[in-house]
Design a protein around this ligand. Sequence first.
Ligand code: ADP
Ligand code: F6P
Length: 470
Amino acid sequence: MSRLVVVSNRVADPRKTAAGGLAVALAEFLNNTGGLWFGWSGKVVESAHGGRAGEAELHTHQAGPVKLVTLDLSREDHDAYYLGYSNGVLWPVCHYRLDLADFESSYIAGYRRVNQMFARKLAPLLKPDDVIWVHDYHLIPLGSELRALGCRQRIGFFLHVPLPPPLMFAAIPGHDWLMRGLCSYDLVGLQSEADHEHFCRYIQREAHAQDLGDGQWRVFNRTLRAGAFPIGIDVEEFNALAEGAEARELYQRMKREYSRRKLLVGVDRLDYSKGLPHRLRAFRELLQKYPDTHRSATLIQIASPSREDVTAYTDILHQLESLCGSINGNFGELDWMPVRYMHRTVARARLPGLYRASQVGLVTPLRDGMNLVAKEFVVAQDPADPGVLVLSRFAGAAEQLGEALLVNPYDSEGTAEAIHLALQMPLEERITRHQALLASCKRWDVHWWCDSFLDTLNKSQAEESGTPWL
Ligand code: ADP
Ligand code: F6P
């Protein structure tokens, strides 16, 4: 059997808590399959002479069945590749936030440099029959860089973030080069049908791609496949966590503490794409319009720190703090605070307890590739008395979780109405909706995601000619 080599910017020890859809999903399936996981160590090394990461040493660590191989980044590379092009340009544009993009022209060179360095460091570790799976927007050109070094293995790519429509994607400096990079893979996986359609439209319009049917395309003198592979969670693993002592203990404690109140819960990275201020405004709207919710509803919002060196993230932190403060100041009572906001990561083992103790799960991103929290919330519910998921129609998850209460998060009044409906929903309707949602989470779980992607990649022909796409 071929060895699986996973490459992503963020690498996490599969046995520890991580916040971030990619790290959580990869850790879950690699724990079962074993393999090599290659990426950034998360460390930035300062160098007196501003040395480039070309000299970076590899760190190797065996974590259960997974061999982790990581490298540090120099300050210069980290700032241009990670903070700059990846999170200052690609992230905002892919999340439809052109207004937040920082189109600094020097970033792209750092992005290319780090991708080349990843390829140089990874290539000697590869075996001829390895299957290579590259993840996310940080590493789009990695496939073509590996090909340039003579790697002939099958290489697949999965984009965890949304792919915007062609005209918006074209706002990215280097978009045509990026798209050529994407087309150097044997398989390109997207989160949703909408993202897949954007990919097809782009290559047809801008690169005159020829549709060969069955998800195959002829473009830039080579053949590749593309398709939607919605990512899921490990349902069994999450159920096992829910049965664990930490989750149960938290559940009991929350039930005791909030016995006379209904809980609404939000769990996110603190990211502007998650629509947290919009969510808080919708909650304020609810409190304003429905006084019966005073003292009877509490919103617990947990937001883990993320990318704090990018200005847009510090701005969102301040907005959130100010909104939480003003809602509590205006509506709070001596014995009730409407919002409990925590700026931290919760241990994964406790999360199911928090979800299960909540009557409403608020997953309201302005744009999201998938959103695993939506699926975790559903799986953690008590099937005999389940909570209600309020889900943004702009999350990739909405394509599979249509039985949630779907909302437009920009419309705070509409979202407040949906939350009110969720708080009032009769048991019978909650059960019917939950059964359908749970079935979708089970059908499109992390194993389905991994197996269907890798099966399709295995079907793809490894490129035989040189590197005509470079
Ligand atoms: P993203 O990949 O953009 O962070 P997802 O919702 O797809 O969004 O994935 C987030 C993952 O990280 C989920 O598994 C979630 O449980 C976890 N996570 C997010 N925020 C927190 C937090 N504050 N504490 C613990 N885990 C978190
Ligand atoms: O799932 C989207 C994603 O960007 C992942 O690529 C990433 O691991 C996660 O969010 C968290 O972001 P970061 O790795 O920048 O901390």
